[in-house]
Design a protein around this ligand. Sequence first.
Ligand code: MTE
Ligand code: MOS
Length: 797
Amino acid sequence: MDEKKERKKTQTLERQKVLGIPVYEETLSVVGKREPRVDARDKVTGRLQYGADIEYPGCLIGKMVRSPYPHARIKRIDTSKAALLPGVRAVLTAGDIPGKNNIGPLVADQPAICDDRVRYIGDAVALVAAESEEMADRAVELIEVDYELLPAVFSVADALKPDAPKIHEKGNLLLTGKIRKGNVEKGFKEADVVLERTYTVPFQDHASMEPEVIWAVPHPDGTMTIQGPMQTPFGVRKTVASVLGIPFNKVQCVQTPLGGGFGGKEDSPLDLGSRAALLALKTGQPVKIEFAREETTLTTSKRHPMTITCKIGAKRDGTFTAFEGTLYNEQGAYASVGALIPPSSGVHIHAISVLSGPYVIPNVKVDGYLVYTNNPYGGAMRGFGAPQANFAHESLIDELAEKMAADPYELRIKNAFELGSETATGQILDHSVGLKDAMEKARTTFDWQRRKGSPPDPDQLQHSDKSRGVGMSIGWYKTGLGAYANGYGVNLYLLEDGSAILSQGLVEMGQGLFTVLAQMAAEALGIRPEDVRVIAPDTNKAPDSGPTVASRSTTVAGMAILDAAKQIRDPLFQSASEILAVPVERLDAKDRLIYDRDDPSRCVELKEAALRTWRTGRRMMGQGWWNPPVSSFDLETGQGSPHFVYSYSAQMAEVEVDLKTGEVKVIQMVSAYDVGKAINPTTLEGQIEGGIAMGLGYALMEEIIVKEGMIQNLTLQNYSIPTVLDMPDMVPLYVEHPNRYGPFGAKGIAEMANIPVAAAITNAVANAIGARIYDLPAKPERVYTTLRQRFDKGFCQ
Ligand code: MTE
Ligand code: MOS
């Protein structure tokens, strides 16, 4: 055993040497440890103040008049009755906007207040600010809007018809996207087996615990503070400034703790923030806009629904020869982050670039269409198009294995990425590819060989109540935006008592970021995590750190923190060297001590050296900046290196299907990840378990139902998400293949944790009932119907 471990270690060290990655393992004292979360105590005791807990004296309540129609022209708005109502301080329509009336994170195609047209049910046509919620509601009711109804489109197929009504000026096709690698015709000819299938996935809601809330506080000098939960404080600054028509430096965005973002709070604060700011500017008073659950569900972005057709070819020995995919992606009314930030980011392009899965396939052709409709709009949601793509390729590969009578594990590992593999976009994966290692770890822990069953016997199924099955999936996901403006800045201050303050712009939204930031800063400075105070992002105080999205935070922040800490360590070690009479080169710092590496008993307390640094007027502050390696992606061929590193995963699930009701119970999930380096294994496991919950919901129950543009399930009573009773036994696992561009070797994991879960579960369902689910979610009626059809058709292949 020990010998095996030793060998593995030598191999790892060798690999690191080859790649030029520093070996940290032996010297780390804070990173890699199960440090408690810095925000835990305040959260569990209820002491933490969320956005809705804040009070401003004399504040007004802001509300929106919303369109009841999915597509209409605004003929007339009469606000006179509302404006006369006592307690109403402002009633605004599009004409009152001093700056630009268009917002949106990538393509500014959404009006802050609709002027001539509404494009979905919930679009805002007028704003009111009043002294109380009741008065604001009353004012909203008194505003008269005359609409001329326009023909609306509710499906991608209808929206693409030549005579379809145009939702936006340039037409309904917002974006295409392609991959062209090798020659798929030739590849399919070389194949012995070819399988083609179509899959659909619905709108999924973020269902964050905290609904949207925002404050706008105007100041006499013409500046404006926006406060609330937001994933993109710097994006909100830019949007609010543009809507108000003032320079960016006159808008300050201050973060309140997020009760869950999951991508949903990337663009919702742009709407709320700019609308609250307009009302605050007009009235000169602080304005709060707070959504009830129904308003959050009705008006904020969702996971994009897609219809995906995939075809795969394989040789008899299992080698994949070709992959072809067509992806219809429903954008809904506005572009949100579905569109493209060059060169390669946005939900649509990302879904295309990962559609053929983490497999080596020499010939790949993918076409994708991103299409406007008059439904609610798709936005960022944990995985940027990857969960949809993953469900498609992992269902397909699983069925291919069935068709070839191959072990789904063996078929996958034969084709899976490893160091040196070439992706569908032609990128050579030259570092940090631990997919096969993660697969192996999942396989042995789950005991796949023993548990994988043969297909169920139809006769037996007909007469049983329950059936169990196992299934697996693998997946991959980027770290970072894959686009311009991916840079990150941090200000790190060491104080003369040896404590530190970290000021930066990425947000804690439950993923554990502030804890890992404190750990990395503590490790880099030689102090303890409890000595580091991470302060809430404030755009007036922190350098632009970009958005808290794309699982980028640990990686980009860590690299910049190392840079900042170095600027402090040099003068600090100078001071210690003077105290200890030991040359600077021999000094190191750890656990609040600075010591002589040759003789660790010669040491000084770090705070003593900090005090000397301060007294001697040396530098006590570092500003770190990090910009990931630049991405490339050719939109015509889909070739390039869109991301500088990827994380990988393997999942194994066991389910039990109730054959009389179609209900699926997940018994166990074993989830293994290649994370580069686990900065904090406990927060990492938290992400893995949360990802299982979200993926389980996607697999079995979550679906925003839209009829004629109207969401039918606005509350959490009829939009089901998993509860603790639905959760399986979970076994989170990880392997560490260091990221050359990551702090201590780390890379992103937070979205990856959700991506491959659904397919593992639905593949296990297929194994349990001998029939496949092609449309998510696998809710009881769908599973039951699928099973009945199978019985009716008979089980023979
Ligand atoms: N985990 C919790 N608890 N709450 C969240 O809102 N958001 C997810 C993921 N995990 C989220 C979460 C999404 S969509 C992203 S992009 C990442 O966290 C961002 O975190 P990171 O950049 O620190 O990895
Ligand atoms: Mo996450 S979808 O990138 O906010």
